[in-house]
Design a protein around this ligand. Structure first.
Ligand code: MGD
Ligand code: MGD
Ligand code: SF4
Ligand code: MO
Length: 727
């Protein structure tokens, strides 16, 4: 037996870490972080190190499944699968029109861009606009607020230039969300050694909060008042960069008026903080020469997500923390072509009503996409345009969407549910077809996803011109009949005689991407490399060069400096957006809360060893937490008469779930901190000690929802608790 070491890319989450694999007889036997990698410096997490086992897990589907006349799922060969599915889709389009077919791309539909590109092209080819993704149940406020504020074309400086970082409900040391880049703990350590200050606003003392200079343990859902108070203090105390604001932004007067009532006392009262804590944060931010703000899923899901993300941008503008004329652009792009580096903004754009309307709750396509929180109702609402077929690509609606009760009802109401999933997920269990895909180490691909998310904000993606390419490291297990997702969509199109137009992922400008599409006629012979050449068309570094970067490397790029704003440029940022200022005024006008029948707040979180609904069955990773505990402050545990391992009933206005209580002194009192995407479907998961509990069941999509994204509260959910016993 010979053991060889090979480079590969972990594709278990968006971070795309560089791994070294020890391969024996064509099988990876050991995976670990590559300490020589210039970006990751040896970083990996347990999921990446266990990625090989993920490929050979007993739960993995090695063949696709079809539901037969007897109602049971049975294996089907990939050729027959494609023909069968294509005919079912065609019949639905013929009978109900193309809008009856919807696509939902979840977390694992992005890592291989070929999957999402072919899925979207297939939807275009059948003529359906009903393309949904998990982005609208994640942090949609990022895209919505970007349009309300306007993008700053030159972007933000990278971490080595920050004197202060403010994290609002995000824990990148565990989640790899934005803020700290790759190898987040190392980045934070180095930045702090250099003197960077860290402010964390989070009801939980997170891994990042442990290292913060200031931790504001905010009451869930009360971030907007705190940020408004910080904005007010910056403006009042002269820490606002008035020259930058005057030159580049409109709306200061409207902002000043809207934040006027948000004194540190008023915001502190709402948020359960000392006014001096808010003053201290404003001072730290106000004294920094440069810095950054990054918000995560917590506040995005806690009721005022757009407003919080809007304030992230407004505060950046008030402090002039953007990249300026003459600054070096640290990463001028390798796989993804960035916006032109000009010290200017094209100005705000439309954030909703972007062309496609849903038939429910007055929702429309927003800047983050079609509201996924409205899709279950689209399926359940009869009439012209009703969705009858759903293709789920790497997602798990039953466990991950808000309002689990309605979601399951919708999945069951479909004429056709297709799930691309390597295991029989809670959603796949309800499907008519389960398509078994190849897994990451069996396919080729680059680090394009992580470079792409570099556009989400500071501390996302790569802070250097880095890329890696991976060839397949291993074959699918013996006897498997699995395809890449793009091959299935190409097969469906071929069967239906449809031509696919493949849009490059490298070109973010829609007009430029459109003219660089590649036409794929039905039956065209295609290899994975041909597909990647289409997807990387127009990339700053040509595909052929990237393909040689199997170890992951920095690329020599001509230096790019931020260019001055061209004469006569009209676009300006907007820091006083009317709908955002109205939302803020409505918060200020809220009456103080009366006696609350639901006095606790259930708050979202991530756990290191699982990724949403994935990795729950993995033995090695289950050792720490077999399920998703209900983490509670010890004082609350005592008051409720709960001990570790006891069962607690968590009841909202919508439903009740049962959780396993666990004391955690990092959780603010009055909060239950619990991760999502566990449990089974309603009626299925009796014992939370075995299956966990589904927090999505506590929410209702048609109550307390955001008018633009349709998202109900998925964090800061009002609940009441009581100890119960399970017999
Ligand atoms: N209450 C509450 N709800 C939430 C959240 C929260 O914090 N609180 N978080 C929200 C967020 S941020 C998100 S992103 C969504 C997640 O929503 P989803 O993306 O819909 O959910 P996941 O559980 O990530 O589903 C991923 C599925 O992909 C499958 N899979 C794994 N590998 C592959 C592969 O290689 N190919 C294919 N085709 N499939 C694969 C997995 O088995 C799994 O079934 O949930 C949201 N829901
Ligand atoms: N290990 C691991 N990594 C993951 C995932 C995973 O499941 N496991 N999921 C991936 C996905 S899909 C995503 S979108 C990212 C998300 O990445 P992050 O947004 O960083 O996710 P979390 O670690 O849950 O951090 C959210 C924080 O918000 C806090 N919070 C909850 N409610 C509020 C509130 O009202 N206000 C404030 N200020 N804070 C609040 C929580 O206490 C928590 O610490 O992580 C990704 N990475
Ligand atoms: S952080 Fe994500 S990409 Fe990196 S090793 Fe863990 S799962 Fe893989
Ligand atoms: Mo997410």
């Amino acid at each position: 037996m010979t053991r060889t070491a090979r480079h590969t890319i972990c594709r278990a989450c968006h971070a795309q870490c560089a791994l070294l694999a020890e391969v024996e007889d064509g099988r990876p036997v050991k995976l670990y972080g590559d300490k020589d990698n210039p970006i990751y410096h040896g970083f990996s997490c347990i999921k990446g190190r266990e990625l090989a086992a993920y490929h050979t897990a007993p739960s993995r589907l090695l063949r696709s499944l079809k539901r037969g006349a007897d109602g049971a799922l049975a294996p089907i060969g990939s050729g027959a699968l494609i023909e069968d599915m294509a005919d079912r889709i065609a019949a639905i389009v013929d009978r109900h029109g193309p809008r009856a077919v919807a696509l939902y791309i979840g977390t694992h539909g992005y890592n291989n861009f070929a999957s999402s590109a072919f899925a979207n092209a297939f939807m275009d080819a059948i003529g359906s606009p009903m393309k949904f993704t998990s982005v609208t149940i994640d942090q949609p406020g990022k895209a919505v607020s970007l349009m309300l504020h306007g993008p700053w074309l030159a972007g933000a400086p990278t971490i080595e230039h920050w004197d202060v970082l403010t994290l609002i409900g995000s824990n990148p040391i565990v989640s790899m969300n934005g803020g700290l880049g790759m190898n987040p703990a190392r980045q934070l350590h180095r930045a702090r050694q250099r003197g960077m200050k860290l402010v964390v606003i989070d009801p939980r003392r997170t891994d990042c909060a442990e290292q913060a200079d200031l931790h504001l343990a905010v009451r869930p859902g009360e971030d907007a008042p705190v940020l408004a108070a910080i904005a007010r203090l910056l403006i009042e105390d002269g820490a606002c960069d008035h020259a930058f604001v005057a030159a580049e932004a409109d709306g200061l007067a409207a902002l000043r008026a809207a934040v006027a009532s948000f004194t540190p006392e008023m915001a502190g009262q709402r948020a359960g903080l000392e006014p001096d804590q808010i003053r201290a944060a404003a001072r730290m931010i106000g004294q920094a020469r440069r810095g950054a703000f990054s918000a995560g899923t917590g506040p995005n899901m806690a009721g005022h997500g757009n407003l919080v993300e809007y304030f992230v941008k407004v505060l950046t503008t008030l402090r002039g923390f953007w990249r300026r004329e003459g600054d070096v652009v640290a990463n001028p792009g390798v796989l993804i072509k960035p916006a032109p580096a000009i010290a200017a903004s094209p100005g705000p754009g439309k954030a909703w009503d972007l062309g496609v309307d849903l038939r429910v709750r007055g929702l429309s396509q927003c800047a983050a996409g079609l509201p996924t929180a409205g899709l279950a109702e689209e399926i359940l609402t009869p009439g012209e345009g009703q969705v009858k077929a759903l293709i789920v690509l790497g997602g798990n609606p039953v466990l991950a969407w808000p309002d689990q009760i309605k979601t399951v009802e919708a999945m069951k109401a479909l004429d056709l549910l297709v799930c691309f999933d390597p295991r029989l997920s809670a959603t796949a269990k309800l499907a008519h077809y389960v398509v078994a895909p190849k897994l990451p180490l069996e396919v080729c691909g680059p680090t394009a996803l992580n470079e792409m998310v570099g556009n989400f904000g500071p501390g996302w993606g790569y802070h250097r011109p880095y890329a890696q390419w991976a060839e397949p490291l291993t074959e699918p297990p013996y006897g498997a009949d699995v395809l890449e997702e793009w091959q299935v969509f190409h097969g469906l199109a071929t069967r239906l005689g449809l031509t696919l137009q493949i849009t490059p992922s490298s070109l973010l400008d829609p007009a430029e991407a459109a003219v660089n599409r590649t036409t794929v006629p039905p039956g065209a012979p295609l290899e994975a490399h041909d597909v990647w050449a289409m997807l990387l068309k127009g990339s700053p570094v040509p595909f052929e060069a990237v393909r040689r970067a199997e170890a992951g490397q920095l690329f020599e790029r001509p230096e790019v400096r931020v260019q001055p704003k061209p004469a006569g440029w009209a676009g300006r940022l907007d820091i006083g957006s009317a709908p955002m200022m109205d939302e803020l005024r409505a918060i200020a006008a809220e009456a103080p809360p009366a006696a609350d029948p639901f006095p606790f707040r259930l708050i979202s979180r991530r756990m290191r060893d699982v990724l949403n609904s994935s990795w729950h069955e993995h033995d090695k990773l289950r050792r720490q937490h077999a399920t998703n505990p209900a983490f509670l402050n010890p004082a609350d545990m005592a008051a409720l008469g709960l001990a570790d391992g006891d069962i607690v009933e968590i009841e909202s206005g919508r439903a009740a779930i049962r959780g396993v209580a666990q004391a955690a002194d990092d959780v603010r009192t009055g909060c239950v901190s619990m991760t999502h995407a566990w449990g089974g479907a309603p009626g299925e998961d009796d014992d939370p000690r075995i299956a966990g509990a589904n927090t999505g069941r506590l929410t209702a999509v048609d109550r307390d929802f955001d008018p633009y994204t349709g998202m109900p509260r998925m964090s800061a959910i009002p609940v009441r608790l009581k100890a119960i016993s399970l017999s």
